[in-house]
Design a protein around this ligand. Structure first.
Ligand code: 6PG
Length: 471
């Protein structure tokens, strides 16, 4: 039913959505289709959206149209605009009303906003909504941060339209605020890494294996089912089958190779550094985007990148099998790093994340959904207090059984001068866990030598110093 009332609007809408960009609009359509009464407002003209239950011309009108206590969802880009919107909304809201932020806000901003909104007696919920516009339209994955009661109120509406896997909704309260946005940020750190690993695989198939775009497309299509199956691999196969409508060339031949970002993956890498959670593959994916935008043309022409130092003796099928192993293991390491970031943050900030549940809600609707998340979620379920996913037998077996092809592929990557930082850093990360010492004894000694910082010994507790200059 379309109600276009202005004055005297019925005060019955279940949710008010502010911001009708691709995400807000599609979420509103999804909700309306599921029988929810949605009131919408955007500063741009949205009068053409006849699918909406109630279209409002102003924020007061939107607030007026909602059933009380009200539930409002901000679906606007992250940044100072969110603060301005909160300024505009708060004077109209009453105790018991609920304000949710469904954008990709930085968790530190969210923390501050949650305090401010809470002080005004309004319930705050931060939502990490993943799945792009398609997910919003057909079922996103949602991590919610806030009080139990606040999240339950949001779940009653958005939970009902989220994706579901094996009968389980991809909506979860992951902890207090700003947990919902922190979890989404970790998701995006993994997203950047998984995307970068795929981009590297594309480059390797081109430069090492000499495959054409349609042959590369066929490889990704063959990987998109079973153990390697993921949304990102599937869309890559789709992308590679697309031709540019103007030139008729494969679309990837006309798209510029410099990748931008809005910064969510960078925040994840920075948070990992701040927390001391090793996440090198997540960080490399961010660096790779910076590098892709950097001014490199002359250097790359002079360097002759991609010219092999010797022949590649392996057959094409051997190379592809090795690459498959390398992609699977590197992606798994990216997940492991993302989950250890969550574990570290959960511990440090007392958020007590249920990692099994987070893995569960990422199995559907979101950008990093994949078959591997099924194994990850099973591993956490089998052992909820699992400290590190590398200790999960099923995952350890996945990595062990492919370690050799992965290392072979790394050797070829190095020999052919192919820039593949995510795959290489994931291998170095894994090696750090399966190797004994990492050479930290030298670092400790150096610190003590020049800075008298002291060092720990293998045979005794305590801190020790050496007079290094006294021979
Ligand atoms: C999702 C995506 C989505 C988006 C971000 C990150 O889960 O649906 O993460 O939120 O693509 O804007 O993209 P950037 O690459 O621009 O940081």
């Amino acid at each position: 039913m379309t109600i276009r009332g202005r004055s005297g609007l019925p005060k019955h809408s279940d949710i008010g959505i502010i911001g009708f960009g691709a995400m807000g609009r599609n979420l509103a359509l999804n909700l309306t289709e599921h029988g929810f009464r949605v009131a919408g407002y955007d500063h741009a003209d949205i009068s053409g959206l006849s699918e909406m239950s109630v279209l409002c011309r102003s924020l007061p009108e939107l607030i007026e149209s909602l059933a009380t206590p009200r539930t409002l969802l901000m679906m606007i880009p992250s940044g100072p605009e969110v603060d301005r919107l909160i300024d505009d909304l708060l004077p109209f809201l009453e105790g018991g009303d609920l304000l949710a932020d469904g954008g990709n806000s930085f968790f530190r901003d969210t923390e501050r906003r949650a305090g401010r909104v809470g002080d005004a007696g309004v319930e705050w919920v931060d939502l990490g909504i993943s799945g792009g516009w398609h997910g919003a339209r057909h079922g996103p994955s949602i991590s919610a941060g806030g009080s139990r009661s606040g999240c339950a109120r949001v779940e009653a509406v958005l939970g009902a339209v989220s994706a579901s896997v094996d009968g389980e909704r991809c909506f979860a309260r992951v902890g207090p605020s700003p947990g919902g946005h922190f979890v989404k940020m970790a998701h995006n750190g993994i997203e950047y890494a998984a995307m970068q690993i795929i981009a590297e695989a594309y480059l390797i198939m081109d430069r090492l294996c000499g495959l054409s775009i349609s042959e590369i497309q066929a490889v990704f299509a063959s990987w998109s089912g079973g153990e390697m199956g993921s949304y990102l691999i599937q869309i890559t196969a789709d992308i590679l089958s697309k031709r540019d409508s103007e030139t008729g060339k494969p679309i990837t031949e006309v798209i510029l190779g410099s990748a931008r970002q809005t910064g969510t993956g960078r925040w994840a890498a920075v948070a990992a550094l701040e927390l001391g959670a090793p996440a090198p593959t997540l960080a490399e994916a961010v660096h790779a985007r910076f590098l892709s935008e950097a001014d490199r043309p002359q250097v790359s022409q002079a360097g002759g990148a991609g010219k092999p130092a010797g022949e590649n003796a392996a057959s094409q099928s051997e190379n592809l099998a090795r690459l498959k192993g390398a992609v699977l293991c590197s992606t798994l390491c990216a997940y492991i790093q993302g989950f250890s970031l969550l574990a570290k943050a959960g511990k440090k900030y007392g958020w007590d994340f249920d990692q099994g549940r987070i893995a569960g809600i990422w199995r559907g609707g979101c950008i990093v959904r994949s078959s591997l998340l099924g194994i990850i979620s099973d591993s956490f379920r089998a052992n909820p207090s699992l400290e590190n996913l590398l200790l999960a037998p099923q995952l350890a077996r996945q990595l062990e059984s492919r370690e050799s092809p992965w290392r072979h592929m790394a050797r070829e990557i190095a020999r052919f001068g192919i820039p593949a930082p995510a795959i290489m850093s994931a291998l170095a990360y894994y090696s750090a866990f399966v190797s004994g010492s990492l050479g930290g004894e030298i670092l400790q000694a150096q610190r003590d030598y020049f800075g008298s910082h002291g060092y720990q010994r293998v045979d005794r507790q305590g801190t020790f110093k050496t007079d290094w200059l006294n021979k």
